[in-house]
Design a protein around this ligand. Structure first.
Ligand code: ADP
Ligand code: ADP
Ligand code: MG
Length: 724
């Protein structure tokens, strides 16, 4: 499982000083005139002809793409839940590993590679990619590990040890304690002398786990315990470091590439400051509002960091940049290809997987630092949005389910999608909930952001809840547009980023006509209104004669458990011609017996079943709305009721029909729509802690239960006052 994926082995002794002082032959100041390798002896190259990909999802597909283009045979692996996934289906050879955790079974993977004549293993990211023991075992078994030497992985695999090495190599590190004394009182003393706030970090940590901010001495012990407990369960190790917590930091990282001939290049930087729970969701290059001399300094320090550990292949040196002082500090090095590497590929025009193959074959890097810089200058800007099955309004809790509808923007030179899923696939709780990465580029940052919003508007997903609407808001926000980024961005602008707009009258109309159309087509057994066949039919229904009339009671589906229950909207349709409706839209009043002031329209509509699009001509405008109906499914926690997903002018609205007021009163005693009396977990999960005893009276918002799903802890709160 994921939690083991980044487990790192014990470290070797410190890297010998000779390696620390090794300088690159090619750097920004010494540009070679030819692209010949720098090693003295004539190097021998081992061409790659077959590789095994020890990963899944989009990264497995990504590696396959470059390998196939180069005529390198690929073998992929899959587990039982992944048997029909894209990565397993699209490679010529695919081997079954069985249970879900087997992507981490290094010994078995190496045996399979040998059995199937795979020369090399590409580990992708996550899983075994930063496991020095695995890289070492590959070497011992004569299988090439496509990644850095295992010693470099080991040196960088421990956040404390790597900082020690960096300090010696002249790379600035955040003030803090990285030593072996783990006595809580001693650590608290260190925190005191560093000065609050401090950050506790698991030295073996990754993926934003095992970290806690401590604001003052009074909460130190409790935060230390909780950081340790998360680190133990995620990495099997609870050693902590303490460092200064920077209040308004940016996350800026440098993509580096090194070969076996002493060359090390910086392929530009990426700003990854837009994060939730210390994990990235938007990444861009170049970093906005960054002075050129700082940029150059970052690149230089990143290369020093890589050279200090004898690095080869693709790696990322992560820095934290203090917005207040303009200083930057080494944070960690990721010794692998990174999720966000396409951003760099877009701004450099390079294929980083192809470069990984090149280095694995023993060849020198084909460009100089000056040539790389020129490419970056010429090509402009790129940004990546990670599309996750997660619900921003529930604190970004992961979501699961079948991708019932998936429509993606058209890709081109400047719009790229790296995805591991297609329509019909299941986003399961076993693995990472990332559905896709959407990467766009344009000559300027401003154009790039505009384009990102536009393509996000074309991205349609029905099934699991996604962060697409949220990403649109971030990319369209004025502060982001000005490049005022920091890791606390989402919290700082939460009012603007999480607010919900009113659903316009036309949306309700399109929803109601969509339901009407679905009924005519016999969808959902002829009655989709949630009324169990008791919906009142006005006019002359049944004979096919016109006019007919129909009343729908609709609500917007809101997943935020603390939001007030929405007031139903009443849409009355009267069919006055083969495709013409007289429509009125109004709110149900407080008592729910009638409706308030409404709007009326004459609408001409036509339904296109091949695209699921409803085209309606309103008095002043034409609207095309994609409408996807999801029948209630007892197995899916997200859809206990019939839902309508409407993609309308680039936004998604989720509506649900309610039974007529009289029917819901009769069936549920009036409490059916009142969510304040029940707590439902958003997905299958494991209960970690129950925070309230039986019989207690709880307040609205009080923590009830802590659950874990997809390696993420989540808190369920009381939606209202009550007792249990
Ligand atoms: P990157 O550092 O490449 O930008 P992430 O930090 O999100 O991206 O992590 C890279 C990959 O490693 C992702 O697939 C992520 O799910 C996985 N990963 C990160 N941390 C862990 C962890 N603690 N255990 C397992 N997998 C992890
Ligand atoms: P991981 O291995 O989980 O990626 P990192 O050390 O890279 O851990 O930190 C992850 C994120 O946590 C950073 O991108 C940044 O947002 C935040 N962070 C890390 N160190 C600090 C610090 N000293 N002060 C403030 N924020 C920090
Ligand atoms: Mg990191």
């Amino acid at each position: 499982m994921r939690s083991l994926a980044r487990t790192k082995r014990p470290l070797l002794p410190t890297i010998p000083p000779s390696t620390l002082t090794r300088t690159p032959k090619w750097n920004s100041t010494t540009t070679p005139t030819t692209n010949q390798p720098n090693s003295a002896s004539t190097p021998t190259y081992t061409p790659l002809h077959s590789i095994l990909i020890a990963n899944r999802g989009e990264i497995a597909l990504r590696v396959t793409r470059t390998a196939s283009a180069q005529g390198i045979r690929t073998t992929t692996l899959y587990t039982d839940p992944d048997a029909h996934s894209q990565h397993a289906l699209s490679s010529p050879f695919a081997l079954n590993l069985g249970s879900t955790d087997q992507y981490l079974n290094g010994a078995r993977i190496i045996t399979l590679a040998k059995e199937h004549n795979c020369q090399a293993i590409h580990p992708g990211y996550g899983f075994l990619s930063e496991n020095a023991g695995f890289a070492k075992a590959c070497e011992a078994e004569g299988v090439k590990f496509i990644g850095p030497p295992w010693k470099a992985i080991e040196a960088m695999g421990d956040k404390a040890r790597s900082k020690e090495i960096m300090g010696k190599a002249g790379v600035p590190c955040i003030p803090g304690y990285h030593g072996g004394n783990q006595d809580p009182a001693f650590l608290a003393q260190q925190a005191e002398s560093i000065g609050y706030p401090v950050l506790l970090k698991a030295v073996k940590g990754g993926g934003g786990k095992g970290m806690r901010i401590v604001r003052d001495a009074s909460e130190f012990d409790q935060r230390l315990d909780s950081a340790k407990s998360e680190a133990r369960s995620s990495f099997g190790d609870e050693v902590m470091l303490v460092e200064k917590y920077i209040l308004t930091p940016r996350h800026i990282e440098v993509q580096i590439f090194a070969d076996a001939h002493g060359n090390c290049l910086a392929l530009g930087e990426r700003d990854c400051s837009i994060q939730r729970r210390h994990q990235k969701i938007l990444e861009e290059s170049p970093a906005p509002n960054l002075a050129e001399e700082i940029r150059q300094d970052l690149w230089e320090k990143a290369r020093q960091a890589a050279l200090a550990v004898g690095y080869q292949g693709a790696g990322t040196v992560e820095f934290i940049f203090d917005n207040e002082t303009g200083q930057f500090f080494f944070m960690e090095m990721n010794t692998r290809l990174q999720v966000e590497h396409p951003v760099t590929e877009m701004v450099t025009g390079l294929d980083l997987v192809a470069w990984q193959f090149l280095v694995a074959e023993g060849k020198p890097l084909p460009l100089t630092q000056a040539e790389v810089e020129q490419r970056i200058k010429d090509r402009g800007h790129a940004i990546e949005a990670r599309i996750y099955a997660e619900d921003p309004s529930r604190d970004f809790a992961p979501s699961t389910g079948t991708l019932l509808h998936l429509r993606t923007p058209t890709t081109s030179e400047t719009v790229r999608i790296d995805a591991g899923f297609v329509q019909g696939d299941e986003v399961s709780a076993h693995y990472d909930p990332m559905i896709a990465k959407l990467i766009v580029s344009a000559p300027s940052r401003e154009q790039t952001l505009r384009k990102m919003v536009q393509v996000l508007e074309e991205y349609e997903v029905v099934g699991p809840v996604t962060n697409i609407e949220f990403l649109k808001r971030v990319c369209g926000s004025p502060a982001f547009g000005r490049g005022e980024v920091e890791t606390g961005f989402i919290r700082k602008f939460e009012g603007e980023l999480f607010g919900r707009g009113e659903v316009a009258g036309e949306v309700w109309v399109q929803g109601a006509i969509g339901l009407w159309e679905a009924e005519q087509r016999g969808h959902s057994g002829g009655d989709v209104s949630g009324s169990g066949g008791t919906q009142q039919i006005l006019g002359f229904g049944g004979s096919g004669a016109i006019p007919q009339a129909r009343e729908f009671r609709l609500v917007e589906v809101i997943s935020d458990p603390l939001a007030a229950s929405p007031t139903p909207t009443i849409v009355k349709l009267v069919k006055t011609g083969p495709s013409t409706f007289e429509v009125s839209v109004g709110r149900e009043d407080g008592e729910g017996e009638g409706e308030g002031e409404g709007e009326s329209y004459t609408v001409t509509s036509s339904w296109n079943p091949s695209t699921n699009t409803l085209r309606s001509f309103f008095p002043g405008t034409r609207l095309d709305t994609t409408i996807i109906l999801t029948p209630p499914s007892p197995s899916s926690p997200n859809s206990s009721q019939l839902t309508l997903s409407l993609f309308h002018h680039g936004a998604l609205y989720t509506l649900s029909p309610l039974p007529p007021r009289w029917a819901s009163k009769a069936l549920f005693g009036g409490s059916h729509e009142d969510p304040t009396h029940s707590v439902v977990t958003p997905m299958p999960c494991k209960i970690l802690r129950v925070e309230v005893p039986v019989g207690d009276v709880v307040k609205r918002g009080q923590v009830l239960v802590v659950v874990e799903s997809m390696k993420m802890e989540m808190v369920l709160r009381a939606p209202g006052r009550g007792c249990g």
